[in-house]
Design a protein around this ligand. Sequence first.
Ligand code: FES
Length: 59
Amino acid sequence: MNKDKVICPCRKLTKGDILKAVEQGASSYKEVKKATKAGSACGKCKKQIKKVTKKALKK
Ligand code: FES
């Protein structure tokens, strides 16, 4: 998946932004949300963020 892929259009967050949050210590959707504000508008991206976060944590 492309790092520039937009995961959360509401907050203009890309996959790269989420990966960065995980790199900086976020270890759950909740923490990524806190760090990036992802999913804090419509919430539609929640599933996607969870998926990307999980994947990033495996690495
Ligand atoms: S797409 Fe992420 S909050 Fe709307």
